[in-house]
Ligand binder design. Sequence first.
Ligand code: IVH
Length: 677
Amino acid sequence: MNLKSKITDIYKKKIKLLKKHNKLYFESDNPKISDAEYDILKNEIISLEKKNNFLKKLNLNKTIVGSPPSNKFKKIKHLKPMLSLSNAFDKNDMRDFIDKIRNFLNIKDKDIEFSSEPKIDGISATLIYENGVLTKGLSRGDGNVGEDILENLKTINEIPKKIKGNNTPSLFEIRGEIYIGKKDFNNIKVNFANPRNAAGGSLRQKDSRETSKIPLKYFAYGFGAVKPMVFTTQSEFLKKIKNWGFSINPLGKTVKNLDEIEAQHSYIDSIRSSLDYDIDGLVYKVNDLKLQSRLGNTSSSPRWAIAYKFSAEKAITKIKDIVIQVGRTGAITPVARVEPVTVGGVVVSNATLHNEDEINRKDIRVGDIVQIQRAGDVIPQVISVDLSKRNQNSKKYIFPEKCLCGAVTKKEVNKSTKKEDAVRRCSKGYECDFTAREKLKHIVSKDAFDIEGLGKKVIDQFWEIELIRQPSDIFTINYNKIKNLDGWGELSINNLKKAIDNAKTIELDKFIFSIGIRHIGQENAKILSGFFQSINKFRDLFNSNDRKKILANLAELDGIGEIQIESINSFFSINNNVEIVRRLIDQLNVKNFKVRNKKGKFSNKTIMFTGGFEKMSRSEAKTLVENNGGKVLGTISKKLNILVIGNSKPTKKKIENAKKLNIKIILENEWYKILNL
Ligand code: IVH
C-alpha cells in the first residue's frame, strides 16, 4: 500500500468512527466517549484533511455534527408523571430521610415500615393495561411525556400481554425496569459500553424486529394510574402482581428501622456481583400507601422513597492539566483533565475539582496522582491526592482570579450567615460569552424549552459560527446558513425547524425557569408563574418602579424568600438582561398560568398558619392546602383569607394582626374537621 492509500484508509476509519459516535450522541442519546475524546477524534480528522488535500476531494466529511434527531416515536403524556428518586450515600443520609418523613407526618416514636428493593440499573418503562389487556407502553421521556414504544416492549417475553387473574383493576399501569442480563450482554457486547446502554439502544429501535433480537428482561417495581385501587401497601402490591404474572425482583424485603436498613444494604452489596443484572443501590419506599399519599412529591421526586446507592467506584489516575469551566450561573469550576481511566465501565478523562477552596484544602496540583470516583450519573470527582507520588518540582495551583472572558470574578457573601460562598462567579451574566453559551444550553434543555435536535454540541457549533448568540436567535435561525454546514441535510433541518416552532409555545413557569435567574429553579418558577399569571404581568419586572412594588408582594408567597427576591432584582437591574428577555418574549407565545387544582376546599383562598399541629407537620398542612386549590401565604395582609391556629405555640402577634384585619380564624380542631380527618 502506498502512503496515500494508507492515509486514506486511516482517514476513512476515523470518519466511520465519528459517524458512529455522532449517531450514538444525537440519535440514541447514548454517548460512549467523553466530549474530550470526541473532540480529539474530530480534530484528528480535520488535521488529516489540512495536511492532505486529496482527502477533501473524497467529500466524506459531512458528518462532523449531527445526524438527524430522532423524531421516531409518538409522544404520549403520562397518566401520572414518572418521577425520579433522590439519592442517599450513607447511613446519615438515610437517617435524614427517615427524620424528614417523621417530621412531615409528625410521627414521633412509632417505627415506619419500608419496602426495600434492589435498584435495577436499566431503562424504565410503563405499561398500561385496560381491562386486563396491555394497550400502551411508554418510555420515561422527560417524566411528563413519554415515547410510544409499545411494539418494542411487546417483544419482551417476560412482559404479560394479558393480566392473569380475576378482580384486577380495570385500569392498571405498571412501572418497571427493562434490563439485559450480564451473561446475555457478554454474548452481544460488540456495540455497547454496558448493559444499560444496550437495553436503552434496543428499546429505541425503529423496527421492533431488531428489538426482538436482543434478550431484554424486566422487573416490575411500582404503579402509576390504578382504578380501582386495590392495594394498601407496596409489599402487598408486589405480592399480588407476582400472582398476576408480572416479574418482580426476588430480593425485596420489608424493614422497619435504620439498623435493618443497614443490614440489608450490606447483605445485598455483598451478593451484588453474583447477580445476573446490574444494580446500583437499593430503593427504600414507605410501605404504607396511605402514608405515601400523605407524603406526596416534590416537583421531581417522591418524599416517600429514596435510592440508597452503593459506594462509588474508584480509580487511580494522573492529573494532566487543570482547566476552568464557566457554568450558566457564571460559576467558575476547576476541572482536572486526567489520563483516561475506566471507572465502573465508563472511560473518564475529566473530573471535577468543585471549587477553589476544595483545591486549596486538598492542595491538588497538575501532575499529581489522584484517586477519582464516579457514582451513578454524578460527574466524576477527584477525592484525594497520593502525596507520596508527588513530583518534587510540582507547583501549587493558583486559582485564576478572572473569568475566561477576562472579567473579574466574585465570591458572594450570604446575607444571613455572613459567610463567603465557596464558588467564584463571573460578574457579567449574559455579557460573558462563556456564561451566555451555557445559558443557551440550559434554555434548550429538557426541563426548559426542550428542543430536540438542539443539544449542547449543536449549540456549540451554532455559537461558533455566530448563528445563535442569545436566546431569541434560536427562534430566528437562518436555516440557509445551516444547509451548507457539514452533517446537516434537508431532513435534519426540517426536524429542527419543527422542534423550534413547537417550542415557541411555552408555559409561563417553564419560561421563567428557562431564562436562568439564579435561585429560581423549577419549583420557584411554578410559584412565580402562579403569582404573575401572564407574561404581560411578568413584563412589569422590566420597569424599576413596578419591580419594587412586585418584589414587595413576592415576599408574601410561601417558598419565595429574600434570596430569591434579591436575585430577581439583580437580574432585572441589568439592562442587557431585560433586553435579552424582551427580545425572547417577542418570539414566543407564552401561555397564561392555568390553575391546576381550581376545584377544592380552598379554591381561590389564601391561608396562613401559626403554631404547630398535633396530627401533621406544617409542610403537610401546606401541601394539603395546595392540593385543594388554595395558596399559603407567609405574612398577614389584607390579601389573607384564613389564619389557622395550631395548639402548639402560636404567635400572639399574628393572631392580633389577623383580628385587626377581620381575617377569618380557624382553630386546630376545626381544621381537622374541614379536612375530614
Ligand atoms: S421506584 C417515583 N423502584 O430508578 C420513582 N425505581 O431514579 C419511583 N429504578 O426511573 C421509582 N429499580 O427507572 C423504583 N425498585 C425500583 C427501581 C427503580 C430501578 C429506577 C427507575 C427510576 C429510577 C429512579
